[in-house]
Design a binder for this molecule. Sequence first.
Ligand SMILES: *[C@@H]1O[C@H](CO)[C@@H](O)[C@H](O)[C@H]1NC(C)=O
Length: 359
Amino acid sequence: MDLLLLVLLFLLPWVSGLPFYNGFYYSNSPRGRDPGQDEGPFNGVKLVVETPEDTLFSHQGANVTLPCWYHYEPDLVPQRPVRIKWWKLLDNGAPEQDVLVAIGRRRRSFGDYRGRVHLRQVEEREVSLEIRDLRLEDYGRYRCEVIDGLEDESGLVELELRGVVFPYQPPQGRYQLNFHEAQQACEGQDAVVASFEQLFRAWEEGLDWCNAGWLQDASVQYPIMLARGACGGLGLAPGVRSYGPRHRHLHRYDVFCFTAAALKGRVYYLEHPEKLTLLEAKEACREDGAQVAKVGQLFAAWKFHGLDRCDAGWLADGSARYPVAHPRPNCGPLTPGVRSFGFPDPRSRKYGVYCFHPR
Ligand SMILES: *[C@@H]1O[C@H](CO)[C@@H](O)[C@H](O)[C@H]1NC(C)=O
């Protein structure tokens, strides 16, 4: 008797653990699923969802529409409201993030997207997603899913933000940040930890950096244009070199941050009669109705507004830098870039200041 009970108890989780099915089925396969696979209760009527092939590019602070359309083959007027579900695929195996669900006229949006997303239905069978006031974290792959009864199809939309990747080292020096501190370091500079795709694009555009840094997927990599002995060896081809995934708490590196072109502010070198200490610099920007610029803001201004100035200035993290869009003699190396003087003594009076004014 006891034995039977034991067997029953043992079997119980298996019985109750049957595949859970509530009418939603989320496919992880990319666009263009096996045709025929989903023909079924409709007697050969097929639901088709269309999204653009090309990646969309946008800016931080902008409004963007991710297009999505559906129709039936052969054409048919739907008898009942369809369900629409927009969700975002996340990297590193995290579960997907719900963005918006619509059933008939009802809508629900989730998390950080609440209040910023709307279903755009200007034309019949359009179920595009409008995202307002784009944030840095909004880039990525979104899935548009249309559910009509048991019929369920989806399409993918890829959104990228125009931005710039920059390596970051804290005042304490090289290789000081674990993954969580790296995230905070980027946030502190008005940026987020860069993804591999973002670093790769930066490498294609010429980024060469000999210190390894964290990326969004908790891997550690560095981009090399010119192989050299002190930087992974002469024998290797140029490329993005990877140390692979690292331990998020125990391992310490620099970080690659990503910041996007912002529509909402202006960075400028403050015209001031004297050079300033860090404290005086902060005060001077405040008197000008602004704040000391963050590193990410300076990079974005350099990259997207061609900020070019041969005077080094304080930034909010206590580093001193200057942006050169048009290289010239007596103004550092002959390639465009943001030059750094590291973290000088905050009391030294050798620098001006870059301020940021929101508009
Ligand atoms: C985005 O849309 C909102 C609401 O329609 C509008 O108020 C805002 O100005 C738009 N922002 C931009 C950058 O176009």
